[in-house]
Design a protein around this ligand. Structure first.
Ligand SMILES: CC(C)(COP(=O)(O)OP(=O)(O)OC[C@H]1O[C@@H](n2cnc3c(N)ncnc32)[C@H](O)[C@@H]1OP(=O)(O)O)[C@@H](O)C(=O)NCCC(=O)NCCS
Length: 339
């Protein structure tokens, strides 16, 4: 891992003012064990070395931890000296995880995270990654950077879930990822309900595909939630489902996709953006607490929201937002334009 020289040190005072230094995080992992995440203090230095000396196998990720014991100890000492270090502690075993950031040029820091084998995949890495991002933001870095093995699926999943995006391949086996902290915190407060279109066009499962085609053509929409008799979402119908000529005389329920991904109104918008990126979806139905259709969110709703808030910040918009349509809840759930 690259630890850039000649970067400004982080002052103790700045560190002491960050949230994780003021209040360590206690939580229960996926196996029901209490875990504490806190800054590394001097009394844990030896245990951190032991964690890495006992880590199996050495040379697990990009040549780390170093295979030789003396190099491994030197490497840990370097991280303690140059980085801002957090540790995850379990009551029985002490240090079971370590995450750190290292200043690099251009307001960037590099991130490293390692959990001992027995504690991987229990939710601790996700918590530590969120905390590291928060810490980097509070220390006024502009981005967090890391490189991850292409085959390290758990790490890639955790990083993407926490807001990292891919930027480039270092080589065939390594991928670079980064979080733009300004954009991340702008997005963080936005939820689906801020953005969703409440005027949803839907279709009954027993309607004909011919009827659905008419709606697609008239409304210029890309996907329709499919409802059953009690108004539950039982499928999603896209234009692609209808381009097969043999489907023209079928019922909607025969050709629509049954496995529907839905979100709740309070879901962070960043999760929706990730779903759009990873699942190649056009729009996602939004369900209320009762499981009923409350709205829909499509790419164009997100763009319209960005545009609206941008105009508002620039003081250019008034009322409806410079010609942008304001969506209203339609209790019937059956009118208006989809994205
Ligand atoms: C990478 C690492 C830090 C992640 O921490 P962790 O505590 O194991 O991760 P979590 O338990 O918080 O989350 C694991 C996620 O991966 C998912 N996952 C598990 N196996 C997976 C697989 N084969 N493919 C994709 N995702 C997978 C889990 O479902 C979980 O996601 P979810 O919470 O959304 O369901 C940890 O596994 C680790 O230390 N690995 C070895 C060292 C390392 O590779 N460090 C990174 C160097 S770049």
């Amino acid at each position: 891992m690259e630890q850039a020289p000649a970067t400004p040190p982080i002052h103790a005072l700045e560190l002491e003012q960050t949230s994780i230094y003021c209040s360590p995080l206690a939580f229960i992992d996926k196996r029901g064990n209490p875990i504490l995440i806190k800054p590394l203090s001097e009394k844990w230095h030896e245990q951190l070395k032991r964690m890495y000396l006992n880590y199996e196998p050495r040379d697990d990720f990009a040549g780390l931890p170093p295979i030789r014991d003396d190099e491994c100890v030197k490497w840990v000492e370097g991280m303690v000296r140059n980085g801002v270090n957090l540790v995850a502690l379990s009551f029985e075993e002490g240090i079971i995880g370590h995450a750190a950031i290292f200043p690099m040029p251009n307001q960037t820091c590099e991130m490293l995270i390692v959990l001992t084998r027995g504690h991987q995949n229990t939710g601790i890495g996700t918590q530590m990654t969120h905390l590291i991002i928060q810490l980097a933001y509070e220390l006024e870095f502009e981005r967090v950077w890391l490189s991850v093995g292409a085959g390290n699926r758990i790490a890639r999943h955790v990083y993407a879930k926490c807001g990292f995006e891919y930027i480039a391949h270092c080589d065939d086996n390594e991928l670079e990822m980064t979080v733009d902290l300004k954009r991340y915190y702008q997005m963080k407060g936005i939820t689906v309900k801020d953005v969703m279109n409440r005027r949803v066009v839907s279709i009954h499962e027993n309607s004909s595909c011919r009827e659905a085609i008419g709606i697609f053509v008239r409304k210029r929409i890309g996907a329709l939630p499919v409802l059953d008799d009690v108004g539950e979402v039982v499928g999603i119908l896209s234009e692609t489902d209808l381009v097969v000529i043999g489907n023209y005389n079928q019922k909607v329920k025969d050709v629509s996709t049954k496995q529907v991904i839905t979100v709740r109104p309070h879901c962070p918008l960043s999760k929706v953006v990730r779903l759009f990126q990873s699942k190649k979806m056009r729009c996602i139905p939004v369900l209320d607490r009762q499981g009923k259709l409350a709205g829909i969110v499509g790419r164009r709703d997100i763009l319209a929201y960005y545009c609206r808030t941008d105009l508002e910040t620039d003081g250019l918009a008034s009322g409806n937002g410079a010609g942008l349509e304001e969506h209203r809840v339609d209790p019937s759930g059956n009118a208006g334009d989809l994205p």
